[in-house]
Write a protein that binds this ligand. Structure first.
Ligand SMILES: Nc1nc2c([nH]c(=O)n2[C@H]2C[C@H](O)[C@@H](COP(=O)(O)OP(=O)(O)OP(=O)(O)O)O2)c(=O)[nH]1
Length: 132
């Protein structure tokens, strides 16, 4: 059977020259790997709407969504993830841990010190060279 396509958006939240990195929990798919906060796009939603909704739900804060960072397609055993990432800025509140087990703020040249979900690796390559 064909694998399901999963359309996901991720927030590259930048503050004071650092990027927010979030670690997945032990009971999730891709356990303990690092990712950008965000989630699956629901029917009828724009990427911006999904990001704003997901960030409010999973981090209890509001973001402004800016330019696109990257778009990648990665095949996992559970499906094919189409991941689009966007630069974001905090608009209101500070990120609160609910679904993730840890947050870390890292400078671009530190991003590769974490073990990222495979779909994120091309974005991490780009961001690790970025001037924020
Ligand atoms: N939010 C987010 N998800 C990512 C990234 N990279 C990556 O491969 N994914 C995958 C993990 C999930 O399979 C899917 C995102 O769906 P989700 O945020 O609803 O994840 P979830 O694990 O809580 O949901 P589920 O798979 O348990 O249904 O995309 C990323 O940087 N951010």
């Amino acid at each position: 059977m064909d694998k399901k396509n999963i359309h996901v958006v991720g927030a590259v939240i930048v503050s004071d020259g650092e990027i927010l990195c979030a670690q997945r929990g032990p009971d999730k798919s891709l356990p303990h790997l690092w990712e950008f906060p965000g989630g699956k796009i629901e029917e009828g939603e724009t990427h911006q709407e999904t990001l704003k909704r997901e960030i409010e739900e999973e981090m209890h804060c509001k973001v402004h969504v800016g330019e696109r960072v990257d778009h990648t397609v990665h095949e996992y055993d559970f499906g094919i993830v189409h991941l689009t990432t966007y630069y974001c800025k905090l608009q209101q509140g500070t990120p609160t841990l609910t679904e993730h087990i840890e947050f870390r703020w890292l400078a671009p040249n530190e991003l590769k010190s974490l073990e990222w979900a495979p779909a994120d690796v091309p974005a991490i390559e780009k961001l690790s060279q970025a001037t924020l």
